[in-house]
Design a protein. Structure first.
Length: 312
């Protein structure tokens, strides 16, 4: 087991909460038809082939560019640029969430931005465990709401497969994921994902044995339980795409009699599948070893989709 039961359940609880917050935000913008603020409204879909020929390639290219930039910024230690980048993304994401509580009215988006500003500043420039994790709960749902309209069931499955392959390469082969995570935590003092420090039983026992005077000058090394932002956002995107889908056939006229029906409950099945995949990883992974979470989460989501297809 990678972490103790308490920490594992905390991570899983935050993961599940973020998924359902994601459904709420996606419902506000994609189902109720409210406009995404700050110029984030997606382009209109002219034909179904746009998903395959335009939107999916664009998302993949944007993802590759973002990864390359992160690697370069990490390699050359462009701390200021990376912090400012994180700040802008966080500010807009939190504001999109606040904006979802109100219908499209004048000045609401500006007020949402004003309310989001102190949270973004505290998250990026003032290290706070509580603020960090609370804001993570709403950042990924807001980002997901931007991408969900650009994908359908089949393109999001393709995206999950590609991301899972990348995740395995980045963790097991190149080690890029570990390097970027360590750089963010140790150098930038921020991390894109859930971050829960805790003490092991041995460390707690040692602290109890120390006197107050000795403890004051002693450095305590804590364990850290993390769950990367990508492992949180892609399940939200997948569940969101399923949520907004009414009926869809296979692409290019394959098996025309086959129809997938989405909706709220199939989306819940996707979330349950993702949670089971993540739970399997947490309970069977070894301590002090890095694992790519997306293959486990993606498999769980695909099983959830199949289960929903059978039941609904």
């Amino acid at each position: 087991m990678k972490h103790n039961l308490k920490i594992t359940f905390i991570l899983l609880a935050m993961f599940i909460a973020t998924q359902f917050i994601g459904l709420y935000v996606i419902n506000h913008y994609s189902i109720q038809g409210n406009t995404l603020p700050y110029g984030m409204e997606p382009p209109e879909i002219q034909e179904d082939t746009d998903f395959y020929t335009s939107f999916l390639p664009s998302i993949i290219i944007a993802f590759v560019i973002a990864v390359i930039l992160l690697i370069l910024f990490t390699r050359f230690k462009f701390d200021f640029v990376m912090k400012f980048w994180f700040f802008i993304v966080i500010l807009i994401s939190i504001a999109i969430f606040f904006n979802s509580f109100f219908p499209d009215e004048k000045y609401i988006s500006l007020l949402a931005l004003i309310f989001a500003l102190p949270l973004a500043i505290m998250k990026v420039y003032r290290r706070s465990f509580l603020i960090h994790n609370l804001t993570e709960l709403v950042i990924y749902p807001s980002i997901a709401a931007i991408f969900v309209p650009l994908l359908n069931i089949w393109t999001v499955i393709i995206l999950l497969i590609l991301i899972s392959i990348y995740d395995m390469w980045a963790v097991w082969k190149s080690g890029i994921m570990q390097k970027m995570a360590k750089y963010q935590i140790n150098q930038l003092k921020i991390f894109s994902g859930f971050f829960v420090p805790y003490l092991s039983k041995n460390m707690k026992s040692n602290i109890k044995d120390l006197s107050k005077s000795k403890l004051k000058n002693k450095k305590v090394k804590a364990n850290v339980a993390i769950l990367g932002g990508g492992d949180v956002i892609f399940p939200i995107i997948t569940a969101g795409v399923v949520y907004i889908t009414d009926k869809i056939s296979l692409p290019f006229g394959w098996f025309p009699n086959f129809v997938f029906e989405g909706g709220f409950w199939p989306a819940v099945f996707v979330i349950l599948g993702a949670t089971m995949g993540l739970s399997y990883l947490f309970f069977f992974a070894e301590k002090k070893k890095f694992y790519p979470a997306m293959p486990f989460i993606s498999l769980g989501m695909l099983l959830g989709l199949i289960a929903s297809l059978i039941i609904f």
